[in-house]
Design a protein around this ligand. Structure first.
Ligand SMILES: [Zn+2]
Length: 320
């Protein structure tokens, strides 16, 4: 805590105290670009008292109190953490070390996202519009997507749905951008795995980029089917009736998706089913004839592009 305490200079603290509006506490300190004001440790109890002062107290009585109170209030834990990671020298050095590396790119790929729920091309537009109309306020509904938040909530309920250790190890390694242990343990030639993929065109790589993109790799279908088998089981737990495989209702072109959630939406128009078709997209080149490209992001300036391309491809397939 020594570093950020020094960062709060006395001049700013005095300015905050003489302001007609007292320095607000808790939720109003979200602007992490502003300077962080921390009370001296031996004044924490006074800062706490200050945070309890009603905002309706007149400024003259605040001035009287301010003579006995510290020059800043207690910031939220979140704010302190943000300031530390942004400004503390060891963290700055770390960020510079990892700038442009695979670690940093992977972190960018897994950042939380926020989307307007009722955009025109949303599959869930009808339900989200309905929910928005029911809400008391007129604020647009937003969906928050935190790619890795499930790690903090899921628990295997049986031995069958626990992660296989090898899959878990590969998942963690690829998510962080580390070499996959099972690939790194292969015999090497010139610091690369000697083994060729079953497509016979490319050697394996340490980060699984080729395996994740090779169309001839026999594991791709297995991987897809395993994911579908895990995903469809989630819907009955939420009270939905689900069909899979050949029971999924086909479209006009006799194509079937992977999972059909029956009557997931009921309104004046009747009941409707939702069919989804799982696609797995990889963010990096892994099977490029320009071998120097392999391992780099395919769309570094637009990280969501691989997903959009996969969606477009799937949509075209269903329309044909
Ligand atoms: Zn291959």
């Amino acid at each position: 805590m020594a570093q950020p305490t020094q960062a709060s200079d006395a001049g700013d603290g005095a300015a905050a105290n003489t302001d007609a509006h007292p320095q607000p506490h808790a939720g109003s300190q979200d602007n992490c670009n502003s300077k962080l004001l921390l009370p001296e440790l031996d004044c924490l109890h006074l800062a706490f008292k200050w945070s309890q002062v009603s905002p309706t107290v007149s400024s003259s009585s605040q001035d009287q109190q301010s003579q006995h109170l510290p020059k800043s209030v207690i910031p939220t834990h979140r704010r302190v953490t943000e300031q530390l990671t942004r400004n503390w020298a060891p963290f700055k050095v770390l960020r510079q070390c990892y700038a442009g590396t695979r670690f940093e790119e992977q972190r960018q790929l897994h950042l939380p996202q926020k989307h307007k729920a009722t955009v025109a091309d949303s599959t869930l537009r009808v339900e989200m519009n309905g929910l928005e109309e029911q809400a008391d306020n007129t604020k647009a509904l937003e969906l928050f997507w935190k790619p890795l938040s499930w790690l903090g909530t899921i628990r295997p309920t049986s031995a069958n749905n626990a992660f296989d250790p090898a899959i878990w190890e590969t998942f963690v390694s690829t998510t962080l951008g580390l070499e996959v242990p099972i690939l790194a343990s292969l015999p090497l030639l010139h610091n690369s795995p000697l083994a060729k993929c079953s497509c016979k065109k490319f050697c394996m790589d340490f980060h699984c980029d080729h395996t994740s993109t090779c169309t001839a790799h026999s594991g791709a279908t297995k991987e897809h089917n395993w994911m579908v088998s895990v995903l469809w089981l989630l819907f009955p737990t939420a009270g939905h009736w689900v069909r899979t495989q050949h029971d999924v209702t086909a479209n006009a072109g006799q194509r079937r998706g992977d999972v059909e959630v029956r009557s997931y939406l009921r309104d004046q128009a009747g009941s409707r089913s939702l069919v989804f078709d799982l696609s797995i997209a990889h963010d990096r080149f892994g099977s490029s004839n320009h071998v120097q490209q392999n391992g780099s992001l395919s769309h570094p300036e637009d990280l969501d592009c691989p997903m959009r391309v996969a969606v477009q491809r799937k949509t075209i397939t269903y329309k044909s």
